[in-house]
Write a protein that binds this ligand. Sequence first.
Ligand code: 26V
Length: 825
Amino acid sequence: MPQKPIVYDAPTPEPRATTVEAIQAEILERLIYSIGKDPIVARPHDWLAATILTVRDRVMDRWMESSRETWRSSQKRVYYLSLEFLIGRLMRDAMSNVGLIEPVRDALKNLNVDLGDLVNLEPDAALGNGGLGRLAACFLESMSSVKIPAYGYGIRYVHGLFRQEMSEGWQVELPEEWLAHGNPWEFERRESAYEIGFGGSVEPVIDPDGIERQEWRPNDHVMAVAFDTPIVGWRGARVNTLRLWSAQPIDPILLDKFNSGDHIGALEESSRAEAITRVLYPADSTAAGQELRLRQEFFFSSASLQDIVRRHLQQYDELDSLPDKVAIQLNDTHPAISICEMMRILLDVHGLEWAHAWKLSRGVFGYTNHTLLPEALESWPVALLERLLPRHMQIIYAINAEVLTEARQRAQFTDGQIANVSLIDENGGRRVRMGQLAFVGSHSTNGVSALHTELMKKTVFSDLHRLYPERINNKTNGITPRRWLMQCNPGLTKLITDRIGPEFLDNIDLLQGLNAHADDQNFQKQFAAVKRDNKVRLAKVIKDRLGINVSPDAMFDVQIKRIHEYKRQLLNIIQTVAAYDEIRAHPERDWVPRVKIFAGKAAPGYWNAKLTIKLINDVAKTINNDPSVRGLLKVVFLPNYNVSLAEVIVPAADLSEQISTAGMEASGTGNMKFMANGAVTIGTMDGANVEMHKEVGDDNIVIFGLRTEEVNEKRSTSEVPRSSIDASPRLMEALESISSGVFSPDDPNRYRDLIGGLYDHDWFMVARDFDAYVAAQSKVDKLWSDPRRWSSMAIKNTARVGYFSSDRTIRQYAEDIWGVSVPET
Ligand code: 26V
């Protein structure tokens, strides 16, 4: 039902002035009238809030204009559903995108406040685990920048990803409090609140027109309340909305209980509701399987779907146009229950017939797969779904019946193939496979790099691919060049601008213009000088946080990402130990000084990952304190890796470690950030590394190791890793020193099992790839020893990063999946 006619041309006040004087006056005004602080007693957080409010004001007019424009022109809207948005800080991003950095800096200076200090005070919004969440954040920014009417939908977790501290080299998890000082960016929308049901029963009811429908009668309810954050694109192209849902009790004081004197009972009820959005699940490699996680998934899916359908009806007053006006992208399977919720709304609330609803629904959804690791593929016990979401379970059975009948009749599938495509996994206790649900409920299923997409077709989704051969497509990931080049590396941005002009700021492909300067000695020197400045800055962070001195003239060799066996931090640290042995054995040789920099969080329950962190710290302690190393090798583990820390480390990297076991990293996006900032990659033929290799050419990247097929072969034959260890005295020596306690004299057996795994199965090919990795590192040393060669490679990496812009990725989603036209500029 249309609620109220929309008036498109209502008056708005003049946009706020952007002069230094106007900004300065407004910051003061905000401080006094919005924060309630006298400038003479205001604390840094008060200045930060006042500054954010002042910046926010300057995106409001564009925000309103963007949404009016979408209403006025009846454009299709894109909804990006993600349980994670790893945003980091927003203030510098927003200021930079609307060109306010300089005037705000000057205004604050006049008020005796340093902008840099405020920027570093803003909490880092870590509502995500790693690559998947950061991709969602890059996509939001790109959708605004390329002018697509879009909404991000997610959860407003009270606690984002845990804060990592070190206790004697072990990871300790502490709760993170990003909302402790309030969040000036967000607008609470109490009027946009929806009831979310759980549990209860399903009853058939007869419509007035005699048709039987199903009605879900949940016995448990919570409210989803919207909090909106504006996301502004480059040069203010458009402002989209990130809408995050917060769970609140239906009636804050549950009057009946309250009146009957059960004050405590009423409050218990309210904390039970709020528990749903209290904390982000901190594992990104194993499906959690807890009921609370499923509640989170349904809670945010249902709220988002109700909101989307309400907005559509308000504008169009009918549902047939849904696929023409709405595209919903599912970021992995976490929001896949949305497909059932859409069907429930269409069937039970709006009385559509099954076939009609199914066609509309499938026309709307697209699904992105981000991992093929079996342990990360979500599935839920049928019994749990039946209890928590009985109507949705019925719908899953109905979808399954339709798909399996089609498989049998049209495609003549065998029993084995039927079992593969079924939404119900019958091995062990019966479970619903969310990947299969997402695939069959969408018109598009995409992978995130060329290699990953091919593997999807061959492995997890092979039979579904046979049944629906048009559905799988590739959309190689990207990163936003605004945050990951222009903002985090102003020195390099200025150098590039001086050399090829500022046009690349608006068309990142123009970085190609740098190719012509890659061998220009003068430019090489300037490029290296910028890198050195960034290394000096990082060296200071290392000194401040860890008390370790590192030389900015050494090669900064960096591996920063979640700690996981498939990412092989273990391979890197074993090679470090081998290098340590070599340096001591051959002090007379010409060693290239290196600083090995690690950072990353381990899932709290992932023992081998946590042990790897401890190993890195143990090795660091030994090597950094051994005088016979003469400073030629340093090892650094920077605690509490997050977006803000990445923004300091990435511009300072010389060498980017992208060394996952081939076939296991779906894409990687850190690899692209380093490339943009002129680091050389050492990597395997995995994920998007394959495409980076293609873009920069074999001479400008160092590739090593087993290819995907070789990994599969090794795993399927009886070949044992022992032979690679026996054949490599260097490896054997390093393994023996670690496993016998050289780095853990306080607990000599600490690493026995971890290293034992390499002799035993070596699932991740650490032993098998070791010699190739060592050879690749020697090649890196050689290249480094020729500074002109190295600079030329580094420059060419930056020059050729254009393909890995998330603007390109988003344009491809828009064209191939969403059916949204993108304006040329
Ligand atoms: C899975 C799970 C399982 C249930 C518990 C919570 C949880 C949270 C996240 C995930 C997703 C894991 C998949 C993932 O993060 N994939 C990464 O996606 C990046 C963006 O496409 C890609 O660059 C990385 O290669 C890929 O590992």
